[in-house]
Design a protein around this ligand. Structure first.
Ligand code: NAI
Length: 487
């Protein structure tokens, strides 16, 4: 007799494990299958986010920022530190410990919520009556186990996109995994792609002392961000010693050298051929959905031309009782977007099983916050000025610099600003864009405001603690009506 579940979730990243916990909370008999193994070959829940993404990169960003501050910023406070040095293996092992705590934490959460956890690679089989029950084969080193489930949620995430010019070896040519596991500081570091990973990883190693060169194919820097923020960020980053960002480059050739280096040949923005020699090269040119070996082709689950599983607003695929969430479907490749989709699908399955007649939840991409953990940080929610212009929406702008914020000055982190975009006709907030200290935290207030359809006046009328960084958002909201107080 095969083990049978109400819901099988394939993938235990932030989309899958959150869906599993929510399914179990709603009383569904739930199994979560995941194949991830850590460097020691042990099962490790949490997917890319916990193992080689969001969490470890933040750990290293914090360590490198502390080192950088001790070298360059403490002296402004009258603190001098002689002989500061970095022990990279200690830094990496601190990061690894944080990762292990959280991946083990998911195993505990599964136990607490009575989610069955199976390690191995899941393959959906075309067997039996799939409208009643799906058959899933799970393979790992120890053997094959077959289970059944009525509903299946695919949450298999994404993998780094490779350049056809050279394969990732995580020795000299690194993806995010390799970039988080270097055991010494490379003297010269090249990064292909000035996206989120390129900028964050470039920041880590630059702050530790690497000479970093970032090569970006697009003509403008950070094209997804509001261009005023992107231009200001570009100016600030390029002033940093040890960092060069080149846009509009065309990478022609990448080869490893006998002297343990890497040479990148490219055409620069002025159409001149260039050669860059580095010790390590990070390739961060986007990610591709991970559906390989899952059996989706056999089951006729529709995918688009880029390999994403096609789903409707509620994350339903074209196949009965099969859903997909997170990086493997359309929308931003962000952990929090994946988790929210996981929760929405869990609640929909529960409603179906309980025969509840109600509208299902779906994730509103317009209120999904974006954060880039550079220094200063960048964060935004909603539409950029460029999007509003192209959609012909008239809007008002309110802006306020961190320079005029007392808390930011006290922190010694006064670069950047907050910008609020509000509808010119009804004052509803359409977008909020930030660059500056801790904006990864500040953006939440803007998300709440937008989720509740607030106007800029609503934000302007709310009392903000003084002195706090949040006063910058308050002042930007006041500035929409040209009544900022401290500028
Ligand atoms: P990305 O899509 O953010 O950036 C990739 C960059 O590479 C783009 O600017 C693109 O124009 C450039 N590029 C592509 N091909 C190129 C080529 N041949 N030569 C030079 N440049 C080229 O992708 P990234 O940084 O790899 O991150 C992957 C995903 O992970 C993203 O969707 C991101 O949202 C997510 N992520 C989110 C984080 C966060 O929320 N803080 C942190 C890390 C990753």
């Amino acid at each position: 007799m095969l083990k049978s579940f109400d819901v099988a979730i394939i993938g235990a990243g932030p989309g899958g494990y959150v869906a599993a916990i929510r399914c179990a909370q709603l009383g569904l008999n739930t199994v979560c299958i995941d194949e991830w193994e850590n460097a020691k070959g042990r099962p490790s829940l949490g997917g890319t986010c916990l193992n080689v993404g969001c969490i470890p990169s933040k750990a290293l960003l914090e360590s490198s920022e502390n080192f950088y501050s001790s070298m360059h910023k403490f002296k402004d406070h009258g603190i001098s530190i002689k002989g500061a040095s970095v022990d990279v293996p200690v830094m990496i092992s601190r990061k690894d410990k944080i990762v292990t705590t959280f991946t083990a934490g998911i195993a505990s959460l599964f136990k607490k919520n009575k989610v069955t956890s199976i390690h191995g690679k899941a393959i959906l089989k075309k067997e039996g009556d799939q409208t009643a029950e799906w058959t899933i084969e799970v393979k790992d080193k120890k053997g094959t186990e077959t289970i059944q489930a009525k509903h299946v949620i695919i949450a298999t995430g994404s993998t780094p996109r490779q350049l056809p010019l050279i394969p990732i070896d995580n020795d000299r040519i690194l993806d995010n995994t390799g970039a988080l596991a270097l055991t010494e500081i490379p003297k010269r570091l090249g990064v292909i792609g000035a996206g989120v990973i390129g900028l964050e990883m470039g920041s880590v190693w630059r702050r530790l002392g690497s000479e970093v060169t970032i090569l970006e194919a697009m003509p403008e820097f950070l094209m997804a961000a509001d261009q005023q923020i992107a231009k200001e960020a570009y100016k600030i980053f390029c002033k940093e010693p040890g960092l060069s960002i080149q846009t509009k480059v065309d990478i022609k050739k990448i080869k490893t050298t006998k002297k343990k280096g890497v040479v990148v040949e490219y055409i620069d923005a002025d159409n001149n051929p260039q050669k860059l020699e580095v010790d390590k090269l990070i390739v961060a040119v986007g990610r591709v959905p991970n559906t390989a070996g899952l059996g989706v082709e056999d089951l006729d689950v529709e995918t688009d031309e880029r390999g994403f599983i096609i789903v409707d607003d509620y994350c339903r695929t074209n196949v009965t009782n099969v859903y997909a969430v997170g990086d493997v479907v359309r929308g931003p490749m962000l952990a929090h977007k994946a988790s929210e989709e996981g929760v929405a699908v869990a609640e929909m399955i529960s409603a179906i099983e309980k025969g509840e007649e109600r509208e299902y939840e779906h994730v509103d991409f317009n209120t999904v916050p974006w954060v880039i953990y550079t220094s200063p940080e960048i964060a935004w929610v909603g539409k950029t000025e460029q999007q509003l212009e192209s959609e012909g929406i008239t809007y008002k702008v309110g802006q306020f610099p961190f320079m005029a914020n007392g808390r930011a000055r006290a922190l010694g982190e006064a670069a950047g600003f907050v910008k609020v975009l509000a509808d010119a006709t009804n004052d509803r907030i359409l977008g909020v864009h930030m660059m500056g200290p801790h904006v990864s935290e500040l953006i939440s207030e803007a998300v709440v405001a937008m989720a509740f359809s607030a106007s800029s006046e609503d934000l302007a009328r709310i009392i903000h603690a003084h002195p706090s960084l949040s006063e910058t958002l308050h002042e930007a909201a006041l500035a929409v009506d040209k009544r900022a107080l401290h500028i």
